[in-house]
Design a protein around this ligand. Structure first.
Ligand SMILES: [Zn+2]
Length: 453
């Protein structure tokens, strides 16, 4: 992709990067792109709503009524709704709440005029007169978000309001309405604008309590977008080799270290190898019958660990090492000295193909590194729960995967199993995660829906 100019495009559903800048729209639609994953909490914030009471009232009575609501309605502030404006002028309300469009035709609000039922037809002309006056003085009224509807019934709230000016007998008409609002704070200015138009005036506080800060996502995408396709295609190649040589299913990964100058280097390439050992001709040293856990990510992480040992201790004394550095450079490396052969053969955390070997042989890991901190992992498919947790535990900084695996994947928080393991408040490590859509003709291998990648 290096010779093609890239550009980024934003959408309501999150950032989206197109890698190529072709002239025709049809070409652009088929270009590879990255979409940052929504965290589980962000997905929840998008979906969860709550019903609240609102009322229109004169500006001069607004604060008094708010104080009465806070004092007289227990638990009126039990739900944190600080992302919603407490008061809103009519012209800031969404269309369905606007005076002209909010009569009985509204489908999402309940309309109640508490005063008219008790005064009967005698006061109808007076009511009409008041309504006219109210319409003419709309600029002098506000709409108050009172509290969640499950805190107080409509009857009790009406009764409370009708005891207070300006709603007391023959006063300002009381119109309580039940509306739906988002329960949790928006995570972007676009989301706040959308909710303002759809529900109620909503505030965006330039932070994201449910996921990575937008500026962090933007900065990271800037770093990875030029080379993401290159690494994804290499992972695809590793997957194809693994599959064609019957080591495993058609899944692969590439692990990259990004140096301080942002230059990135490939530190590990691994294909799936869960079938390796099932046939004697594949791995003659193996005494096992195949390890179902030899997924690409697990193997890649294992290779990084071996390289860390090699980089950190090039002259490991042979009498004091579980892993001999020289032994690791022998090709092919089927086991590690002093490690039971069956363990090495079972974990398969050493290269099986030339492609894997080439990356493994490079001593390009930064010295004194720790686990997979600051490393990026590019995967052909969404990792399974085991690999997702391994990626979290290994402390990767970024994960980019190709095909979603709704029945087995552990990263997506907005669909499928919905675990969203890359960013959860109860876990002590978080990373950024993107879904990569390949260009036409370069898609990842199609796997059975319930395959654990
Ligand atoms: Zn896995």
């Amino acid at each position: 992709m290096g010779e093609r100019r890239g550009r980024s495009v934003s959408s309501d559903t999150g950032s989206s990067i197109y890698f190529s800048c072709d002239e025709e729209l049809s070409d652009e639609m088929s270009a590879p792109r990255l979409n940052v994953l929504k965290t589980k909490a962000e997905s929840r914030a998008l979906a969860e709503t709550i019903k609240v009471w609102i009322v229109e009232l004169p500006v001069k009575a607004a604060n008094d009524i708010l104080i009465i609501c806070k004092d007289q309605i227990p638990d009126s502030d039990s739900v944190d709704l600080q992302h919603l404006r407490r008061f809103a002028k009519a012209n800031l309300l969404p269309p369905y709440l606007q005076p002209s469009g909010s009569r009985a035709s509204s489908t999402d609000s309940r309309y109640s005029t508490a005063s008219s039922s008790s005064t009967g037809t005698k006061s109808s002309s007076r009511s009409r007169s008041r309504m006219r006056k109210r319409r003419n003085s709309a600029a002098s009224t506000l709409h108050l978000l009172i509290c969640p509807t499950d805190v107080i019934s409509q009857a009790d709230l009406s009764s409370l309001m009708m005891k207070q000016p300006p709603f007391a007998q023959d006063g300002f008409p009381l119109r309580l309405r039940e509306i739906t609002v988002p329960l949790l704070a928006p995570t972007s200015v676009e989301q706040a604008q959308q909710w303002t138009a759809q529900y109620w005036p909503t505030l965006y506080r330039k932070t994201n309590p449910f996921g990575p800060h937008p500026s962090l996502v933007a900065r990271s995408e800037e770093e990875i977008r030029d080379e993401a396709s290159k690494y994804m295609m290499l992972a695809r190649q590793a997957a194809a080799e693994s599959s064609s040589r019957q080591f495993g299913i058609g899944a692969g990964c590439v692990i990259v270290e990004r140096k301080a100058d942002r230059h990135a280097e490939i530190v590990a390439v691994a294909g799936d190898a869960r079938l390796s050992g099932l046939g004697d001709s594949i791995n003659p040293l193996s005494q096992c019958s195949g390890n179902i856990a030899c997924h690409a990510a697990m193997r890649g992480i294992g290779m990084v660990a071996r390289k860390r040992v090699r980089v950190a201790s090039p002259k490991t004394p042979k009498d004091n090492a579980d892993i001999d550095a020289d032994e690791l450079l022998v090709k092919p490396v089927h086991h590690v000295k002093d490690t039971p052969e069956s363990v090495s053969a079972s974990l398969l955390d050493y290269p099986l193909t030339d492609l894997e070997q080439e990356a493994f042989d490079q001593d390009n890991l930064i010295a004194n590194g720790y686990l997979c901190v600051d490393l990026e992992i590019y995967m052909t498919h969404e990792p399974c729960l085991m690999c997702s947790m391994a990626i979290v535990h290994s402390r990767f900084s970024r994960c980019i995967f190709g095909t979603r695996m709704p029945s087995s994947g552990g990263m997506a928080g907005d669909s499928g199993l919905g675990y969203g393991l890359f960013w959860r408040s109860e876990l002590n490590w978080k990373l950024l995660c993107w879904e990569y859509t390949a260009s036409k003709g370069q898609e990842m291998a199609v796997l059975k829906e319930d395959t654990q990648v």
